[in-house]
Design a protein around this ligand. Structure first.
Ligand code: ADP
Length: 631
């Protein structure tokens, strides 16, 4: 039993390849986590770092709360099963399973008990005297699993353990491994490139691409709420249909049209509460994603109809897949056509090639992605909502409410677009709102708040039992825009300053056995914006491990929020450019060299120069050149 915590883990191979890029996640005890993604995306590297077989370049790995970066693999209480099960051919199954325990010098009786118990769990008791060559692939893989579980590990790591098996055996072993997880009640981490394996086995899945986590979620949520086109296309068979198209809002209706087709449907604006409004003006193209099961050959199943031309039908027994094209006049190159569509139909459906059929679209399950970033434009937790507002007489009116603008705002009077980030909206305040929905999103509650004619979103820790509530908007986080230009940016909450690490030898007086001994010790200094800060040996060690021996020649960047830096007697010299007074909170916007730094100050603060006090241990330290977070 173990929980794991991976915090900003990086792997950069000696040849400069960044195989794992800022991997962070918490894994609870007894979870079945699957790392999935195409070959080369960094799954195995991450797993091997957890096992201790690969050094962690930067970041911290904790098992049960203890940092294990420097703990030997054999002392991590982790067992690993590989694709090529590497059994010793000259040993029996029993000997293979007992081998590791013998090395650990366990008693004969103890070993016997453990081997027989594991064999029982895996159903291989009758093969204990056989040699691996007398067994099938599936049985051999079971022995490999047995060899791992006899050790009673806290964490089981499995790297593509089934990819050498044929399809049928793979399916059988899949459920056996799930059962095994249930029986053993340990934490499992499983690597695969096969999305079906991931979906059927994982309690949570980590989808990776190019060393970067794309999404961590339950199988169901990955399927329903993919965060980008890659995840949408990777999860689910057949692959989600994608079309390029445009969205155009006219009053309460949004017209959806697909490029190079006659498909054009009008949907109510209510379907687009979470959609970034910038995509609703007909200018910006989007990828529209619809799964085969969300298009029906029954034209009356959903209120949005379209016509398509059939290419061919695949009968699957339980249902059919109709391959068709929304472009009714195109040549018959269905596979390459960007307007090709796969539609799920009841088993036994038949349509002649080239026949034109009516289908209906389930737009409740439509996905929208930016054509360049490929990120969803309607995230499950919207980053922000943009609403119309007006500044007049020092007040901002929006959504039927009026907010007195504090002096931090200096935008001139007139109409503005107000960008309200979700993390700026809280319950309680002066704005009347009606709770439309409360959505559980990975342990937090996303409350949909009807305010005037728009829906705002607030993330809360608990459900609210009320329907009529009030909301509050944190003004420092909103932005005002006029004619496409930002006239009031949000307060920047991430300050960044240049830094360098250095060290010098100092004489230390060590106490041991009541005697004082003199010795040389390194003393480390983190110089931030030209100001020297004493750096603990522990932090320095982290920077040296992550940054390498030449860390002392590297440009670093320290980051901190406006509350981490304090104003004090001695610190980094900063000249105050202005005071940003947001009513409840006040910040000094300061120049430090060429950088601007925001720091929280008490109301009424009117200094022109100040000293910023920073503690190195509270800073995020980035290595600039490789873009690696070292601490
Ligand atoms: P996956 O398990 O997802 O297939 P890996 O974790 O094995 O991917 O590899 C991630 C990336 O790191 C790949 O681009 C791979 O080529 C590269 N890589 C793996 N091992 C090394 C190594 N020892 N040296 C340099 N690059 C490596």
């Amino acid at each position: 039993m173990a929980s794991l915590n991976l915090s900003h883990i990086y792997k950069v191979y000696p040849n400069g390849k960044k195989a794992v890029d800022d991997f962070s996640m918490d894994i609870a005890d007894k979870e079945f986590i699957v790392f999935v993604g195409p070959s080369g995306c960094g799954k195995s590297t991450t797993l091997r770092m957890i096992a201790g077989l690969e050094e962690i370049t930067a970041g911290e790995l904790r098992i049960d709360g203890v940092v294990v970066n420097d703990v030997e693999p054999k002392d991590r209480d982790i067992a690993m099963v590989f694709q090529n099960y590497a059994l010793y051919p000259h040993m029996t199954v029993y000997q293979n399973m007992a081998f590791g325990l013998k090395l650990r010098k366990l008693g004969k009786e103890d070993i016997d008990l453990k081997v027989r118990e594991a064999a029982e769990i895996l159903g291989i008791t009758e093969y204990l005297d056989k040699k691996p060559k007398e067994m099938s692939g599936g049985q051999r893989q079971r022995v490999a699993l047995g060899r791992a579980i006899v050790r009673n590990p806290k964490v089981m790591l499995l790297d593509e353990p089934l990819s050498n098996l044929d399809a049928k055996l793979r399916t059988a072993m899949r459920s056996e491994i799930s059962k095994l997880h249930h029986k053993l009640q340990t934490t499992f981490i499983y690597v695969t490139h096969d999305q079906v394996e991931a979906m059927t086995m994982g309690t949570r899945i980590v989808v990776m691409k190019d060393g970067v986590i794309q999404q961590i979620d339950t199988p169901r949520n990955l399927y329903r709420f993919p965060c980008n086109k890659f995840v949408a296309g990777f999860i689910g068979t057949p692959q989600m249909n994608f079309f390029e198209g445009r969205l155009l809002q006219r009053g309460d209706v949004v017209n959806i049209s697909l490029d190079n087709t006659a498909v054009s449907v009008d949907a109510p604006i209510g379907l687009f509460d979470k959609t970034d409004r910038a995509y609703l003006n007909g200018d910006k193209k989007v990828f529209i994603g619809l799964r085969a099961e969300h298009i029906s050959v029954d034209p009356d199943a959903h209120p949005y109809r379209a016509k398509c031309r059939v290419s061919h039908v695949e009968e699957l027994g339980t249902d059919c897949q109709v391959y068709a094209d929304f472009d009714l006049d195109g040549s018959d190159t269905v596979a390459e056509s960007p307007t090709r569509v796969i539609v799920k139909a009841p088993a036994g459906s038949w349509y002649d090639a080239d026949s034109i059929i009516d289908v209906s679209l389930d737009l409740d399950h439509m996905h929208l992605f930016d054509t360049e970033t490929e990120n969803t434009v309607a995230p499950r937790i919207p980053e922000e909502v943009v609403v119309d507002g007006r500044i007049e007489g020092g007040k901002l009116s929006l959504l039927g409410s009026e907010i007195l603008l504090p002096s931090a705002f200096d935008a001139s009077e007139g109409d503005v677009k107000v960008h309200i980030p979700t993390n700026a909206v809280r319950l309680g305040g002066d704005i009347a709102a009606v709770v439309r929905e409360e959505e559980d999103v990975n342990g937090r509650i996303l409350v949909h708040l009807q305010v005037g004619d728009r829906v705002l979103f607030a993330l809360c820790d608990e459900h609210t039992s009320q329907e009529q509530v009030t909301a509050d908007i944190d003004l420092k986080s909103i932005a005002l825009e006029r004619n496409g230009e930002t006239v009031q940016p949000p307060l920047d909450l991430v300050n960044s300053l240049p830094a360098r690490l250095s060290r010098r030898k100092a004489t230390a007086h060590k106490q041991s056995d009541g005697k004082t001994a003199k010795g040389a010790e390194w003393e480390y200094t983190l110089t931030v914006a030209g100001y020297d800060l004493n750096c603990s040996a522990e932090l320095a060690q982290k920077l040296i491990v992550g940054g390498g021996k030449n860390i002392f020649d590297k440009d670093l960047d320290v980051q901190f929020d406006p509350y981490t830096a304090t104003v004090g007697e001695d610190g980094i010299a900063a000249s105050v450019l202005r005071i940003a007074d947001y009513g409840r909170e006040c910040f000094a916007v300061c120049a430090v060299g060429d950088n601007t730094v925001n720091v929280s100050v008490p109301k009424g603060f009117d200094g022109k120069e100040l000293r910023l006090v920073l503690r190195p241990e509270q800073l995020v330290v980035m290595e600039k050149a490789r873009g690696i977070r070292l601490a």
